[in-house]
Design a protein around this ligand. Structure first.
Ligand SMILES: *[C@@H]1O[C@H](CO)[C@@H](O)[C@H](O)[C@H]1NC(C)=O
Ligand SMILES: *[C@@H]1O[C@H](CO)[C@@H](O)[C@H](O)[C@H]1NC(C)=O
Ligand SMILES: *[C@@H]1O[C@H](CO)[C@@H](O)[C@H](O)[C@H]1NC(C)=O
Ligand SMILES: *[C@@H]1O[C@H](CO)[C@@H](O)[C@H](O)[C@H]1NC(C)=O
Length: 362
């Protein structure tokens, strides 16, 4: 080996060593939302198995994949639902939950244990509970079926209990196994920053799952002669996922700032507040500056973002553009207008085009 060769050799080794310290962050099961997952019936037993093709699974998650192959499509759907909802809830904020690639999905911002990271873990875990619970009800999974939740005590006596309900019990349990697997297989020293982050993730995963579990409610349908509703059948039904998103957004606003304590548990930074319950979000790091693009934090910055000139909220140009100012341009807006109801039963609209002002951050 000559000098330049050996230097290259050493560089390669160092690069490998560096990259091997970050794999847990580089890939995530969130990537299941980005790439289409083939249904297991497309795989012949013994052929190239589904699970070895999926990137982003931890060891434990890969094992679960082998045992529950038919669940994987729904985990992917759940993650996608979670990400979509995250983008909706944060559409008017500096950090808007945008995805940056297919493997890490959100990029480096998730390496920071911020409030935003807390929300992202919670909403994606919630998405999995939601998707699996629904899939059980729809008979898509071999290991679960309709909900077997007990009849609620306060259900009026003459209402029937037992329509086929969403199986939130199963969805919750499976999501706990799957989503938490990657945290549980880590073995960081107690009290280390990495350990703190693991505890934070577990807390937020659980908060997300509990949101879906607790918001599921009784739904009923009337039977009886000509809609008299003399008879009702009721079952357990998932809440609309938008409600889960709104609920978790409130939890985001009231998230608890934590740090690792001497006994290796998370404790409040400011103990005048109440400690978080299992349903609350928690974070350990301050948020990075989302105003400017920064490769090291993964912040995309707000340059080029649309803002609202008259709003005083986060979507207003002042806050969104972080005081950098904005550019104005005109654009055509297409809308449905002059809608008329026609008997019976449709609505006919015209398409109107108008010139509107738009504002974009500098
Ligand atoms: C991500 O995956 C999708 C679907 O497989 C693909 O269309 C897209 O090109 C990928 N994007 C990147 C950046 O690899
Ligand atoms: C990026 O963020 C880091 C951490 O906050 C900061 O130290 C650094 O100065 C920033 N870099 C740029 C180019 O703004
Ligand atoms: C979210 O922010 C990114 C980066 O600033 C931007 O490219 C993207 O268009 C934004 N998405 C929405 C829906 O505003
Ligand atoms: C801008 O903000 C104002 C005040 O909050 C609101 O009334 C208006 O509908 C917003 N405009 C757009 C285009 O969102």
């Amino acid at each position: 080996m000559d000098a330049s060769q050996s230097l290259r050799f050493i560089l390669t080794i160092t690069l490998l060593a560096c990259s091997s310290q970050r794999p847990a962050h580089a890939n995530s099961w969130w990537s299941l939302a980005m790439n289409p997952i083939q249904r297991p019936e497309m795989y012949i037993i013994g052929a190239q198995p589904l699970c070895s093709q999926l990137t982003g699974l931890s060891q434990g998650q890969r094992k679960l994949c082998q045992l529950y192959q038919d669940h994987m499509v729904y985990i992917g759907e759940g993650a996608k639902t979670g990400i979509k909802e995250c983008q909706y809830q944060f559409r008017q904020r500096r950090w808007n939950c945008s995805t940056v690639d297919n493997t890490s999905v959100f990029g480096r911002v998730m390496q920071i244990g911020s409030r935003e990271t807390a929300f992202t873990y919670a909403i994606s875990a919630a998405g999995v509970v939601n998707a699996i619970s629904r899939a059980c009800r729809e008979g898509e999974l071999s290991t679960c079926g309709c909900s077997r939740a007990a009849r609620p005590r306060d259900l009026p006596r003459d209402w029937l209990w037992g329509g086929c309900g969403d199986n939130v019990n199963y969805g919750y349990r499976f999501a706990r196994e799957f989503v938490d697997a990657r945290e549980r297989e880590k073995n960081y020293p107690r009290g280390s920053t990495e350990h703190a982050r693991t505890l934070m993730n577990l807390q937020n995963n659980e908060a997300g799952r509990m949101a879906v579990y607790n918001l599921a409610n009784v739904a009923c349908k009337c039977h009886g002669v000509s809609g008299s509703c003399s008879l009702k059948t009721c079952w357990l039904q998932l809440a609309d996922f938008r409600r889960v998103g709104e609920f978790l957004k409130e939890k985001y606003d009231s998230a608890a700032a934590m740090r690792i304590g001497r006994r290796g548990k998370l404790e409040l930074v400011n103990n005048r507040f109440n400690p978080p319950t299992a349903e609350d979000l928690a974070y350990i790091d301050p948020s990075p500056d989302y105003c400017l693009r920064n490769e090291s934090t993964g912040s995309l910055g707000t340059q080029g973002r649309l803002c609202n000139k008259t709003s005083e909220g986060m979507d207003g140009c002042e806050l969104m553009c972080c005081g950098r100012g904005y550019d104005q341009f005109k654009t055509y807006k297409h809308e449905r207008c002059h809608c008329k109801f026609h008997w019976c039963c449709y609505v006919k609209c015209k398409r109107c085009t108008s010139l509107v002002d738009q504002f974009v951050c500098k």
